[in-house]
Design a protein around this ligand. Structure first.
Ligand code: FRU
Length: 502
């Protein structure tokens, strides 16, 4: 079956375990911070329509990264403009002086002020809001903006971190197609330290957006590295908005990329993993991150049902040394309902399959978590059906010792823009090992796949209304040893409260 010429018009079901806004429009995650036992998730929010509009910061909290409670919108547009993306930190020692000696929360956001009807006539400046009541109410700082417009337009998405070695706060800002680093001791007064980006990584016609910066140890005891995450924004080049990252060193003022300047590292190889941000102030140095599951090419045109937009499953990030250098590795956050011990489907013993044969588990339809490992013979082609049996999600192939993963997506909904951009067809190289490990979350409207321990991430919106199916593995060429396969259905919770099926 092909969706090629099929008009798919349906009201999507709420995802079973992906965060969605209570109503209206959502894009980027903002202000991710852990404080007094709660994970805060703010997000770009327009409650009054299902398309992008005057940006608010929506707000939800969770104690387990799994069940989220919606709270009132935290920041609303005002005479300084809309509240664009940004970050939040715990001011534990009240170095800002905003909290009367107590700890408090500070959010950094970009005020976006439209000057006329012309699409590019706006100013952007950096502002602060603060809360003394665990984020339940917010006050905009009287001294806003803390950084005035520098004379160019795209100047946004402040990410603030504490840099221990230099005892400074750092603000990382997207500026046109580069990243600027500012420094402060009191979170209110900021000085420009350096700029990074010219000739580095991937540039398109879109602006760089939503930076993040953090340090992580390299697994297996190779010291640590700094990671600079950069969103490459809305453009019609390549495949729209996507997320790249750089690995290197940050000394409190300058970022040094340790890879060749033209080396492009992607946090996700598919199309719908954007505006990635990590939580501040999480204990034990864990680096937890979340992304907006969409792409500016068609974000305003995907099927809606009174709400539009969802977040990814929370990921835990790590660094590993590979033959090509130090690279990011992602894991689904272990908190996230991975009840594999209770999998309804488990392959009892490994299974050798030849061309024309398949394995199809018989039960468990609907959203869930799965994982499998398989080994391909030279020249083999293996098709995986993970969301519905009528449409393959992935094809694995092993040619001349190189494994590749192909993903083909079709679908139209009658909207000219969606119909033009939603379909894609691409292959990614997955190394020279004939054995591959996959794990995925399949939900209404999306498939999130991690390959080989999370060295490759493939995150895609889908138009499947089934959300997930009992996995099916079909060999079309050569042989495949299916070593393991498990699938656990996850319950569909109510809007504020979902959890894994016991
Ligand atoms: C990224 C982005 C940000 C901006 C926000 C506006 O998706 O374009 O750069 O702050 O969305 O909603």
């Amino acid at each position: 079956m092909s969706f090629e010429n099929t008009l798919v018009q349906y009201a999507p079901e709420r995802p079973a375990f992906h965060f969605t806004p209570p109503k209206g429009w959502m894009n980027d995650p903002n202000g991710l911070v852990f404080f007094e036992g709660e994970y805060h998730l703010f997000y770009q929010y327009y409650p009054d329509a299902v398309v992008w509009g005057p940006m608010h910061w929506g707000h939800a909290v969770s104690t387990d990264l799994t069940n989220w409670i919606h709270l009132d919108a935290a920041l609303l547009p005002d005479e300084n403009g809309m509240c664009f993306s940004g970050s939040a930190i715990v001011d534990a020692s009240d170095c800002s002086g905003l909290f009367g000696g107590q700890p408090g929360l500070i959010a950094f956001y970009t005020a976006h002020r439209v000057l006329s009807d012309a699409p590019d006539d706006y100013v952007q400046e950096q502002c602060i809001a603060y809360s003394s009541d665990k984020g339940r109410s917010w006050q905009k700082y009287a001294g806003n903006p803390v950084i005035a417009p520098p004379g160019f337009r795209d100047f946004r998405d402040p990410k603030v971190i504490w840099h221990g070695p230099s005892q400074h706060w750092i603000m990382v800002l997207a500026c046109g197609q580069s990243i600027r680093f500012y420094r402060s001791v009191n979170l209110l007064d900021w000085t420009l330290a350096s700029e990074f980006g010219a000739g580095q990584g991937r540039h398109t016609t879109g602006p760089w957006e939503c930076p993040d910066l953090f340090e992580l140890p390299v697994e297996a005891g190779e010291g640590s590295r700094w990671v600079l995450v950069v969103g490459v924004g809305a453009s019609e080049d390549d495949w729209g908005s996507f997320t790249q990252y750089f690995v290197g060193d940050f000394d409190g003022g300058h970022f040094h990329n340790e890879n060749a300047a033209d080396k492009v590292l992607l946090m996700d190889e598919s199309r719908d993993f954007y505006a990635v941000q990590s939580w501040s102030d999480v204990a034990d140095g864990r680096r937890l991150a979340i992304a907006w599951l969409s792409n500016w090419l068609y974000a305003n045109q995907i099927p809606e049902n009174g709400w539009r937009g969802s977040m990814s499953v929370v990921r835990e990030l790590a660094l590993v040394a590979t033959d090509d250098g130090v690279r990011l590795r992602q894991d689904f956050a272990p908190e996230f309902g991975r009840q594999v011990a209770e999998a309804q489907i488990r392959l009892p013993a490994s299974l050798a399959l030849s061309a024309g044969q398949d394995y199809r588990a018989e039960y468990a339809k609907g959203p869930g978590y799965g994982r499998t490992s398989l080994t391909l013979s030279p020249g083999a082609r293996v098709t995986l059906y993970l969301q519905q049996h009528a449409w393959p999600d992935l094809e694995l192939s092993l040619d001349a010792g190189a494994l590749s993963i192909s993903h083909r997506r079709e679908g139209k909904n009658g909207d000219e823009r969606f119909d033009r951009y939603f379909a894609h067809d691409f292959s990614v190289a997955a190394g020279n090992d004939p054995r591959i490990e996959l794990e995925w979350f399949s939900d209404h409207g999306s498939l999130e796949m991690l390959v080989n321990g999370g060295l490759i991430s493939l995150t895609s919106l889908s138009i499947s209304s089934q959300g997930g199916c009992a996995p099916m593995v079909a060999v079309t060429q050569g042989q495949c040893l299916l070593e393991s396969l498990e699938y656990a259905r996850l319950a569909i919770g109510d809007l504020d409260n979902w959890r894994a099926l016991a």
